[in-house]
Design a protein around this ligand. Structure first.
Ligand SMILES: [Zn+2]
Length: 354
Protein backbone atom coordinates (compact mmCIF):
# COMPACT_ATOMS: atom_id res chain seq x y z
CA UNK A 1 0.00 0.00 0.00
CA UNK A 2 1.15 3.52 -0.77
CA UNK A 3 1.54 5.93 2.12
CA UNK A 4 -0.37 9.15 1.49
CA UNK A 5 1.18 12.60 1.29
CA UNK A 6 -0.18 15.73 3.00
CA UNK A 7 -1.18 14.38 6.37
CA UNK A 8 -0.13 14.76 9.95
CA UNK A 9 0.16 12.13 12.68
CA UNK A 10 -1.79 12.86 15.87
CA UNK A 11 -1.85 11.12 19.25
CA UNK A 12 -3.69 7.80 19.76
CA UNK A 13 -2.85 6.73 16.17
CA UNK A 14 -5.18 9.38 14.76
CA UNK A 15 -4.23 11.22 11.56
CA UNK A 16 -5.21 14.58 10.13
CA UNK A 17 -5.54 14.62 6.31
CA UNK A 18 -4.78 18.02 4.76
CA UNK A 19 -5.66 17.17 1.16
CA UNK A 20 -9.14 18.68 0.80
CA UNK A 21 -11.47 21.11 2.59
CA UNK A 22 -12.96 18.29 4.66
CA UNK A 23 -9.63 18.18 6.54
CA UNK A 24 -10.66 14.83 8.02
CA UNK A 25 -9.34 13.72 11.37
CA UNK A 26 -9.34 9.95 10.91
CA UNK A 27 -9.21 7.38 13.75
CA UNK A 28 -7.19 4.19 13.36
CA UNK A 29 -8.91 1.70 11.06
CA UNK A 30 -11.18 4.28 9.38
CA UNK A 31 -11.18 6.05 6.02
CA UNK A 32 -11.73 9.75 5.36
CA UNK A 33 -14.91 11.21 3.82
CA UNK A 34 -13.59 10.25 0.34
CA UNK A 35 -13.52 6.54 1.20
CA UNK A 36 -10.10 6.02 -0.38
CA UNK A 37 -7.63 7.32 2.23
CA UNK A 38 -7.34 5.00 5.21
CA UNK A 39 -5.64 5.21 8.57
CA UNK A 40 -3.96 1.91 9.47
CA UNK A 41 -2.03 1.96 12.74
CA UNK A 42 -1.54 5.72 12.58
CA UNK A 43 -0.31 5.82 8.99
CA UNK A 44 -2.51 7.24 6.21
CA UNK A 45 -2.60 5.15 3.04
CA UNK A 46 -3.82 6.06 -0.45
CA UNK A 47 -5.85 2.91 -1.18
CA UNK A 48 -6.48 3.69 -4.86
CA UNK A 49 -2.87 4.48 -5.78
CA UNK A 50 -2.15 2.65 -9.05
CA UNK A 51 -5.66 1.19 -9.14
CA UNK A 52 -8.32 2.00 -11.72
CA UNK A 53 -11.92 1.02 -12.28
CA UNK A 54 -12.31 2.26 -15.84
CA UNK A 55 -10.14 3.05 -18.85
CA UNK A 56 -11.43 4.42 -22.16
CA UNK A 57 -10.26 6.49 -25.08
CA UNK A 58 -12.55 9.51 -25.31
CA UNK A 59 -12.52 12.50 -27.59
CA UNK A 60 -11.16 15.51 -25.72
CA UNK A 61 -14.51 17.17 -26.52
CA UNK A 62 -16.19 14.74 -24.12
CA UNK A 63 -14.34 16.06 -21.05
CA UNK A 64 -15.47 18.68 -22.28
CA UNK A 65 -12.52 20.74 -23.47
CA UNK A 66 -13.15 22.81 -26.59
CA UNK A 67 -10.03 25.00 -26.68
CA UNK A 68 -7.41 22.39 -25.84
CA UNK A 69 -6.10 20.38 -28.80
CA UNK A 70 -9.48 19.96 -30.54
CA UNK A 71 -9.82 16.52 -32.08
CA UNK A 72 -7.30 14.96 -29.68
CA UNK A 73 -7.80 11.55 -28.12
CA UNK A 74 -7.85 11.45 -24.34
CA UNK A 75 -6.68 8.29 -22.61
CA UNK A 76 -9.15 8.46 -19.73
CA UNK A 77 -8.82 6.74 -16.39
CA UNK A 78 -10.85 6.80 -13.20
CA UNK A 79 -11.13 5.00 -9.90
CA UNK A 80 -13.33 4.84 -6.79
CA UNK A 81 -14.23 7.67 -4.44
CA UNK A 82 -15.31 11.28 -4.23
CA UNK A 83 -15.23 14.06 -1.65
CA UNK A 84 -18.65 15.39 -2.65
CA UNK A 85 -22.04 13.72 -2.54
CA UNK A 86 -23.93 15.41 -5.37
CA UNK A 87 -27.60 14.53 -5.59
CA UNK A 88 -27.40 14.27 -9.41
CA UNK A 89 -24.08 12.39 -9.70
CA UNK A 90 -23.99 10.37 -12.93
CA UNK A 91 -21.03 8.26 -11.78
CA UNK A 92 -22.25 7.54 -8.25
CA UNK A 93 -21.64 3.81 -8.55
CA UNK A 94 -17.89 4.42 -8.62
CA UNK A 95 -17.62 7.82 -6.99
CA UNK A 96 -19.60 6.86 -3.89
CA UNK A 97 -17.75 3.57 -3.57
CA UNK A 98 -15.13 3.10 -0.86
CA UNK A 99 -11.89 1.29 -1.62
CA UNK A 100 -10.49 -1.59 0.42
CA UNK A 101 -6.92 -2.63 1.17
CA UNK A 102 -7.34 -5.63 -1.12
CA UNK A 103 -8.25 -3.36 -4.04
CA UNK A 104 -11.36 -5.43 -4.73
CA UNK A 105 -13.10 -4.27 -7.93
CA UNK A 106 -10.03 -2.36 -9.08
CA UNK A 107 -7.31 -3.19 -11.62
CA UNK A 108 -3.63 -2.39 -11.29
CA UNK A 109 -2.32 0.39 -13.51
CA UNK A 110 0.98 1.90 -12.41
CA UNK A 111 1.83 5.47 -13.43
CA UNK A 112 4.39 4.05 -15.88
CA UNK A 113 1.80 1.69 -17.41
CA UNK A 114 -0.77 4.50 -17.74
CA UNK A 115 1.61 6.73 -19.69
CA UNK A 116 2.85 3.84 -21.81
CA UNK A 117 -0.72 2.78 -22.68
CA UNK A 118 -1.64 6.35 -23.63
CA UNK A 119 1.36 6.47 -25.97
CA UNK A 120 0.72 3.01 -27.41
CA UNK A 121 -2.85 4.07 -28.21
CA UNK A 122 -1.62 7.29 -29.83
CA UNK A 123 -3.48 9.50 -27.38
CA UNK A 124 -2.19 13.06 -27.24
CA UNK A 125 -3.78 13.57 -23.81
CA UNK A 126 -4.09 11.60 -20.57
CA UNK A 127 -7.15 12.48 -18.46
CA UNK A 128 -8.03 11.68 -14.85
CA UNK A 129 -11.79 11.65 -15.02
CA UNK A 130 -15.01 9.71 -14.14
CA UNK A 131 -14.45 10.20 -10.39
CA UNK A 132 -12.77 13.05 -8.50
CA UNK A 133 -9.01 13.04 -9.24
CA UNK A 134 -8.15 15.45 -6.40
CA UNK A 135 -8.46 12.55 -3.94
CA UNK A 136 -6.20 10.44 -6.19
CA UNK A 137 -3.50 12.98 -5.41
CA UNK A 138 -0.38 10.82 -5.14
CA UNK A 139 -1.18 8.83 -8.28
CA UNK A 140 -2.12 11.90 -10.32
CA UNK A 141 1.10 13.60 -9.25
CA UNK A 142 3.36 10.67 -10.14
CA UNK A 143 1.58 10.03 -13.44
CA UNK A 144 1.66 13.72 -14.39
CA UNK A 145 5.42 13.91 -13.85
CA UNK A 146 6.00 10.89 -16.11
CA UNK A 147 3.54 12.11 -18.74
CA UNK A 148 5.28 15.45 -18.97
CA UNK A 149 8.64 13.73 -19.51
CA UNK A 150 7.06 11.56 -22.19
CA UNK A 151 5.41 14.49 -24.00
CA UNK A 152 1.86 13.37 -23.18
CA UNK A 153 -0.44 16.25 -22.22
CA UNK A 154 -2.61 15.88 -19.11
CA UNK A 155 -5.97 17.12 -17.87
CA UNK A 156 -7.76 16.87 -14.54
CA UNK A 157 -11.54 16.72 -14.85
CA UNK A 158 -12.50 17.97 -11.43
CA UNK A 159 -14.94 19.66 -9.08
CA UNK A 160 -12.06 21.60 -7.59
CA UNK A 161 -12.55 20.47 -4.02
CA UNK A 162 -8.93 20.37 -2.92
CA UNK A 163 -6.90 22.53 -0.58
CA UNK A 164 -5.02 25.18 -2.52
CA UNK A 165 -1.46 24.13 -1.46
CA UNK A 166 -2.16 20.61 -2.74
CA UNK A 167 -3.54 22.00 -5.99
CA UNK A 168 -0.47 24.17 -6.48
CA UNK A 169 1.72 21.06 -6.31
CA UNK A 170 -0.33 19.39 -9.07
CA UNK A 171 -0.39 22.51 -11.24
CA UNK A 172 3.37 22.29 -11.64
CA UNK A 173 2.90 19.16 -13.74
CA UNK A 174 -0.53 19.18 -15.40
CA UNK A 175 -1.53 20.96 -18.61
CA UNK A 176 -5.28 21.49 -18.32
CA UNK A 177 -7.80 21.88 -15.50
CA UNK A 178 -11.43 21.26 -16.45
CA UNK A 179 -13.26 22.71 -13.49
CA UNK A 180 -16.86 22.24 -12.47
CA UNK A 181 -18.32 25.35 -10.84
CA UNK A 182 -21.70 23.94 -9.98
CA UNK A 183 -23.50 27.10 -8.98
CA UNK A 184 -22.90 30.46 -7.43
CA UNK A 185 -24.11 30.38 -3.82
CA UNK A 186 -22.84 28.49 -0.77
CA UNK A 187 -26.41 27.50 0.01
CA UNK A 188 -26.70 25.84 -3.41
CA UNK A 189 -23.44 23.94 -2.84
CA UNK A 190 -24.65 22.84 0.59
CA UNK A 191 -27.93 21.52 -0.76
CA UNK A 192 -26.51 19.87 -3.89
CA UNK A 193 -23.17 18.48 -2.73
CA UNK A 194 -23.54 18.35 1.04
CA UNK A 195 -20.73 20.86 1.66
CA UNK A 196 -20.63 24.66 1.25
CA UNK A 197 -17.33 24.90 -0.63
CA UNK A 198 -17.98 27.51 -3.34
CA UNK A 199 -15.28 29.81 -1.94
CA UNK A 200 -12.67 27.04 -2.20
CA UNK A 201 -13.70 26.19 -5.75
CA UNK A 202 -13.48 29.83 -6.86
CA UNK A 203 -10.10 30.23 -5.18
CA UNK A 204 -8.87 27.13 -7.01
CA UNK A 205 -10.14 28.49 -10.33
CA UNK A 206 -8.07 31.59 -9.73
CA UNK A 207 -5.05 29.56 -8.67
CA UNK A 208 -5.17 27.36 -11.77
CA UNK A 209 -5.61 30.36 -14.04
CA UNK A 210 -2.75 32.28 -12.44
CA UNK A 211 -0.50 29.21 -12.76
CA UNK A 212 -0.96 29.41 -16.53
CA UNK A 213 -2.64 26.01 -16.74
CA UNK A 214 -5.29 25.74 -19.45
CA UNK A 215 -8.67 26.23 -17.75
CA UNK A 216 -12.21 25.55 -18.93
CA UNK A 217 -15.26 25.85 -16.69
CA UNK A 218 -18.42 23.81 -16.79
CA UNK A 219 -21.78 24.34 -15.09
CA UNK A 220 -24.46 21.69 -15.34
CA UNK A 221 -27.68 23.69 -15.35
CA UNK A 222 -30.42 22.12 -13.22
CA UNK A 223 -33.96 23.53 -13.45
CA UNK A 224 -35.02 25.34 -10.26
CA UNK A 225 -31.60 24.81 -8.68
CA UNK A 226 -29.05 27.00 -10.46
CA UNK A 227 -30.87 28.32 -13.53
CA UNK A 228 -31.88 31.73 -12.14
CA UNK A 229 -30.65 34.87 -13.90
CA UNK A 230 -29.07 35.83 -10.60
CA UNK A 231 -26.86 32.71 -10.39
CA UNK A 232 -25.96 32.75 -14.08
CA UNK A 233 -25.13 36.47 -14.01
CA UNK A 234 -23.13 36.05 -10.83
CA UNK A 235 -20.98 33.23 -12.12
CA UNK A 236 -20.35 34.57 -15.62
CA UNK A 237 -19.46 38.02 -14.23
CA UNK A 238 -17.12 36.42 -11.73
CA UNK A 239 -15.26 34.62 -14.53
CA UNK A 240 -14.85 37.82 -16.55
CA UNK A 241 -13.81 39.93 -13.56
CA UNK A 242 -11.52 37.45 -11.84
CA UNK A 243 -10.17 35.33 -14.68
CA UNK A 244 -10.49 36.19 -18.33
CA UNK A 245 -13.25 36.84 -20.88
CA UNK A 246 -11.64 34.20 -23.14
CA UNK A 247 -12.09 31.33 -20.66
CA UNK A 248 -14.55 28.85 -22.19
CA UNK A 249 -17.70 28.36 -20.13
CA UNK A 250 -19.72 25.22 -20.85
CA UNK A 251 -23.36 25.28 -19.80
CA UNK A 252 -24.61 21.74 -20.06
CA UNK A 253 -27.91 19.98 -20.03
CA UNK A 254 -28.75 18.03 -16.89
CA UNK A 255 -30.70 14.77 -16.98
CA UNK A 256 -32.30 13.15 -13.91
CA UNK A 257 -29.77 10.87 -12.23
CA UNK A 258 -29.27 9.25 -8.84
CA UNK A 259 -31.33 11.14 -6.21
CA UNK A 260 -32.37 14.09 -8.39
CA UNK A 261 -35.73 13.97 -10.11
CA UNK A 262 -36.11 17.44 -11.64
CA UNK A 263 -36.93 17.09 -15.36
CA UNK A 264 -34.13 17.52 -17.94
CA UNK A 265 -33.02 21.07 -18.67
CA UNK A 266 -34.97 22.73 -21.49
CA UNK A 267 -32.75 23.86 -24.37
CA UNK A 268 -34.17 27.37 -24.00
CA UNK A 269 -32.68 27.57 -20.50
CA UNK A 270 -29.22 26.75 -21.88
CA UNK A 271 -29.68 29.34 -24.62
CA UNK A 272 -30.59 31.90 -21.97
CA UNK A 273 -27.47 30.95 -19.97
CA UNK A 274 -25.32 31.35 -23.09
CA UNK A 275 -26.83 34.75 -23.82
CA UNK A 276 -26.24 35.87 -20.22
CA UNK A 277 -22.59 34.75 -20.44
CA UNK A 278 -22.05 36.71 -23.66
CA UNK A 279 -23.88 39.76 -22.29
CA UNK A 280 -21.44 39.78 -19.37
CA UNK A 281 -18.47 39.69 -21.70
CA UNK A 282 -17.54 36.01 -22.10
CA UNK A 283 -16.41 35.32 -25.68
CA UNK A 284 -16.85 31.55 -25.70
CA UNK A 285 -19.92 30.04 -24.07
CA UNK A 286 -20.80 26.52 -25.15
CA UNK A 287 -24.02 24.57 -24.88
CA UNK A 288 -23.31 20.95 -23.96
CA UNK A 289 -25.25 17.67 -23.89
CA UNK A 290 -27.56 18.81 -26.71
CA UNK A 291 -26.28 16.94 -29.78
CA UNK A 292 -26.45 18.97 -32.97
CA UNK A 293 -27.02 22.32 -31.22
CA UNK A 294 -25.07 25.12 -32.93
CA UNK A 295 -24.15 26.40 -29.46
CA UNK A 296 -21.38 23.81 -29.33
CA UNK A 297 -19.48 25.35 -32.26
CA UNK A 298 -16.53 27.68 -31.81
CA UNK A 299 -17.38 31.01 -33.39
CA UNK A 300 -14.80 33.70 -34.17
CA UNK A 301 -15.34 36.80 -32.00
CA UNK A 302 -13.77 38.82 -34.84
CA UNK A 303 -15.78 37.82 -37.90
CA UNK A 304 -18.58 35.61 -36.50
CA UNK A 305 -17.66 32.69 -38.77
CA UNK A 306 -17.78 29.14 -37.41
CA UNK A 307 -14.18 28.11 -36.72
CA UNK A 308 -14.78 24.63 -35.33
CA UNK A 309 -18.03 22.84 -36.00
CA UNK A 310 -18.92 20.02 -33.64
CA UNK A 311 -21.39 17.23 -33.95
CA UNK A 312 -21.79 15.31 -30.73
CA UNK A 313 -18.25 14.75 -29.58
CA UNK A 314 -16.74 14.78 -33.06
CA UNK A 315 -15.32 17.78 -34.83
CA UNK A 316 -15.61 18.69 -38.48
CA UNK A 317 -13.63 21.57 -39.91
CA UNK A 318 -11.15 23.43 -37.72
CA UNK A 319 -10.24 26.85 -39.10
CA UNK A 320 -7.99 27.88 -36.22
CA UNK A 321 -4.44 27.89 -37.53
CA UNK A 322 -1.47 28.96 -35.38
CA UNK A 323 -4.02 30.05 -32.75
CA UNK A 324 -5.82 32.50 -35.06
CA UNK A 325 -8.93 32.64 -37.23
CA UNK A 326 -8.06 31.55 -40.75
CA UNK A 327 -10.57 34.03 -42.21
CA UNK A 328 -9.87 37.28 -40.37
CA UNK A 329 -6.72 36.62 -38.35
CA UNK A 330 -8.41 37.21 -34.98
CA UNK A 331 -6.21 35.71 -32.27
CA UNK A 332 -8.30 33.22 -30.27
CA UNK A 333 -7.46 33.86 -26.62
CA UNK A 334 -7.00 31.02 -24.18
CA UNK A 335 -6.67 28.43 -26.92
CA UNK A 336 -4.09 25.68 -27.07
CA UNK A 337 -3.71 23.59 -30.11
CA UNK A 338 -1.18 22.31 -32.53
CA UNK A 339 -0.14 24.65 -35.35
CA UNK A 340 -1.96 22.41 -37.76
CA UNK A 341 -5.29 21.03 -36.46
CA UNK A 342 -5.29 17.39 -35.34
CA UNK A 343 -7.26 15.18 -37.65
CA UNK A 344 -10.11 13.66 -35.68
CA UNK A 345 -9.29 10.15 -34.52
CA UNK A 346 -10.61 7.50 -36.86
CA UNK A 347 -11.45 4.98 -34.11
CA UNK A 348 -15.12 5.06 -33.15
CA UNK A 349 -15.51 6.87 -29.83
CA UNK A 350 -15.54 6.08 -27.07
CA UNK A 351 -13.39 3.00 -27.09
CA UNK A 352 -13.83 1.16 -23.80
CA UNK A 353 -10.77 -0.70 -22.62
CA UNK A 354 -11.80 -1.57 -19.07
ZN1 LIG B 1 -12.48 35.50 -37.75
Amino acid sequence: MKEALLYEKLSHKMVHCHLCPHNCVIPDGKTGFCGVRKNAEGILYALTYGKVVSIAIDPIEKKPLNHFYPGASAFSIGTFGCNMRCLHCCNWEISHHSATESGEGLKELSPEAAVRMAQDRQCEVLAWTYNEPSIWFEYVLDTAKLARKAGVLTVMVTSGMINTPALKTLLNYIDAYRLDIKGFTEDFYQRLTGTPVLSYVLENARTAYQAGVHLEIITNIIPNWNDSDEQLNGLSRWIVENLDADIPWHVTRYHPEYKMSEPSTPTTTLERAKAIGHKNGLRHVYIGNVPGHPGQNTVCPGCDKVLIDRLGFGIGENHIVMGSCRFCGYRIGHYRGPDIPIKTHTTPFPEYIL
